[in-house]
Ligand binder design. Sequence first.
Ligand code: G3I
Length: 354
Amino acid sequence: MTPTRRTLLAAPLALAACDRFASAEPTPPNVPPLKPISPAPFGTAIKALQIDDPDWVALARANVSQLTPEWEMKMEYILANGLDRPNFDRSDRIAAFAQAEGMALHGHTLIWYSQGKEAFASLSGAAFDRAFDGYIATVAGRYRGKVRSWDVVNEPILDDGSGMRDCHWSARYGHDGYILRAFEQARAADPEAVLFLNEYNQESVPAKGAQFLKLVERLLKVGCPLQGLGLQSHLWIDIQPGVIAAFMREAAQFGLPIHVSELDCTLRTEDRLDFRSQAERLTAQSARVAELARAFAALPRAQQFAFTVWGLRDTDSWYRQGDKDDGKDEPLPFDSFGRPNPMAAALAAGFGGQ
Ligand code: G3I
């Protein structure tokens, strides 16, 4: 059909209208891939099922050089059928994927207060010791030569920073004792892996940050083979400007490698009324993420271990799973289509020192 004069006139108007609606969507920032601009290996959390998602694989190949199993290398998955029937199918698959892709693997996590209680419930005394030591020897031994590093112990400190968490591990070995034992067992199982203590909210809850630094000092004093500090960095948009960078500098005083290990930054402000627009929240998020990236980039090279986001696309985030999902949160660097979010631009700016 040959277009008439009216059709020809109408076409540009229609296109303009489409363009107007299209421009209602914020234009994703034009951001280069993150891996080459990060001062250290840039990583992401991974779930085994994402290996079967070609869009996720393409985004990961372009942006990351390190992987952290989000949940399938933890006791909750490995010991789901009990201590005598460990599941390694998915952690093995993730390790094989990392190897095939030439990506480093960060093991997460061997000993965590929140997991393992059921599997160890029937044990006491020497049997408990054999199971504790045996679990670390088996898991860390299995991935020896495959992992670059381990979160040997995860989240040992109370949320309010008033002290150490009580748990089934501390009940047997004491608050520092279980951590020391875990690190010693991990060192024996994998002499090459870099061994980390991993925690969250050290920057945003000053008492927790202080407790973390005191714990690190105590562990180093007794010769614990602690070799790296994990700052999970599950940020939120109302953290006071400057405290993120201040804690990074404090943590760096031990001279150990620092891993920003689980960065995400929710736009939610929990149950407080918050009338800010999405754009205002994103601006606040960008400021905090840029501050973190700048602080990490300012570390001495030898202390820049890796910078890991806790997922790539918003819909990959634990914030967007199940009934917690408000459908609006943008906690990660890419949107659900894999397009850069303002967070990606903030990371690029921060890595560049802006
Ligand atoms: O995929 C299964 C699904 O098939 C099943 O129907 C469902 C119900 O059982 O479980 C689903 O697996 C869940 C998995 O996340 C994947 O979504 C597990 O139950 C659930 O326990 C697991 O939660 C993980 C959580 O750690 C506990 O391991 C989150 O993904 C993960 O983001 C979160 O990560 C933690 C870090 O390890 C430590 N720092 C805090 C961080 C956030 O909580």
